[in-house]
Ligand binder design. Structure first.
Ligand SMILES: [Mn+2]
Length: 287
């Protein structure tokens, strides 16, 4: 459902840029079709935008918002088939790419990533995906749905896009086998806990242009309880900051999404955490 009451990202501190001049394009996508446990991700984009009004525009070094932020009308995603919703996302993202903007998708369930990646795939640019997540999302199908949020990275694999997984701590036997068979590279939550954060994270031959997909359940459930499938043993805020900086250090962020926030009524901290994460990603993309 269209919600004209949505504010623009950070609009109290930074005047929203006109469409043509914005570097960052916030695209709220209220997709919620494949819920496996808790529900409420359709309310995620609105909660992030509302929380963004409380952000500090200065990030300690610069004001990333000065690069220009334009917030799109929310995509309602009520087509009877998910494929159609993904095409709608792809069309919106394609327009942003054409204007040399950076699409920043706010989910919604994790499936939204596939819409954005379809748009990049059609440009023939060589991009790599970095996935922050508690779950591997490598099932071929889940509850008979190949477009379930539990299958998103398997579909990315099908698209032939290289990807790297960070923070994983929950996967099925099938997914474990798939990872080994296809030599999927990752830095799992247990590796981080035991060995810390390595100096270099991505393989040398990983693409220069990155699309970051951030499932908020990558964070520990203590700071991110507002998600459908929370998992203990997750990452702290500063681990995520460190990882993001290292991943983006020698590379360019061409787009990103923050997905699976399912706001809890009366609890602001997770919404604000997600909004601050979005602003950090904006900073890295324009920096
Ligand atoms: Mn996920």
């Amino acid at each position: 459902m269209k919600n004209p009451a949505y504010p623009s990202f950070l609009e109290l501190d930074i005047t929203p840029a006109p469409y043509d001049q914005a570097r960052i394009h916030i695209i709220p996508v209220e997709l919620e079709k494949s819920v496996s446990y808790g529900s409420g991700t359709a309310a995620g984009p609105g909660a992030i935008l509302a929380a963004s009004l409380q952000l500090e525009a200065f990030d300690g070094k610069t004001v990333p918002g000065k690069a220009g932020i334009y917030t799109h009308q929310p995509l309602a995603c009520q087509a009877d088939e998910t494929e159609k919703d993904l095409e709608a996302i792809a069309a919106e993202v394609a327009m942003v790419i054409e204007k040399k903007g950076v699409p920043a998708i706010l989910g919604g369930e994790h499936t939204v990533t596939l819409g954005a990646l379809k748009a990049f795939e059609r440009t023939n640019r060589k991009i790599g995906v970095v996935q922050f997540d508690a779950h591997a999302d490598l099932r071929d199908s889940y509850e008979s749905n190949p477009l379930s949020h539990a299958c998103v990275m398997r579909r990315v694999h099908d698209m032939g896009i290289p990807f790297f997984q960070i923070g994983i701590r929950s996967l099925s036997e099938e997914e474990d086998t798939f990872r080994k068979t296809h030599n999927i590279k990752s830095l799992d939550a247990a590796d981080l806990y035991i060995g810390g954060i390595p100096a270099e994270i991505l393989p040398r031959d990983f693409p220069e242009e990155l699309y970051i997909t951030f499932d908020v359940d990558c964070f520990d459930a203590s700071i991110m309880p507002a998600t459908g499938t929370p998992e203990p043993g997750g990452l702290t805020w500063y681990q995520v900051m460190d990882l993001l900086h290292k991943v983006a250090e020698k590379r360019m962020i061409c787009g990103f999404d923050v997905v699976e926030l399912a706001p809890i009524r009366g609890m602001q901290a997770p919404d604000f955490t997600a909004a601050k994460l979005v602003y950090k990603l904006i900073g890295l993309a324009v920096g």
